[in-house]
Ligand binder design. Sequence first.
Ligand SMILES: [Zn+2]
Length: 238
Amino acid sequence: MDNYKIIWKGNDNTNKSTRRGHAPKVIVDHITEGSAKSTINWFTSSGNTVSSAHFLVTKSGEIYQFVKIEDNAWANGINSYNRKYSTASIVKEMGVNPNWYSVSIEHEGIHRMTQGKLTDKQLAATIWLHQYIIDYVKRKWDVNIPLDRKHILGHYEIDPRRKPNCPGEKYPFNQIIQALNNKNTLTDIKGHWAEQDINEVVLQGIMSGYPNGEFKPDEKVSRAELATVIARLLKKEV
Ligand SMILES: [Zn+2]
């Protein structure tokens, strides 16, 4: 992967607070609904007392940072009333403010024009940034953020009532997860007759690979593992 430089932009006005002891568990993707310039102005303005994000990826593939990963950005706040409508299973499992356990990435774009589709440079930069965050969280907290749609989320899944278009229906979640997966895991499924299905269940968070990167496609499944898979399927909103 290319090398990127993260440019620090946060200032004293940037909204942030503590994670209250929580480690990051998910990455949440957003769309700015404005230019990169206006987003940088907004996230550093004394007039903004409501929102922030950790990162911004511009259309030309630059990466800006406003809030340290150690801190809580104000990107995914939701009250208990709206939390009931969340389609992200982790929001219900955790039951606390999603900002405490998330890292947020804004993507420059306007939904009515792009529906969340990224430029090629933006896509490459955000894939790199997702990996950077995953590595950072692993180093700092010894926490693995799994490469699946349960842990790489859109804002719309956390807050469907208020943010149905963030980051947009064309945001390339699967392409990002696929790129990260290809780099990281599943070293033993290439050419297997079930390769596509295996990728799909891993992408959807129904099954996962072993920590050493193998999936062991021909291994037997225990009753306990089968129960876990069925429980995940039952919990899934389809
Ligand atoms: Zn958002």
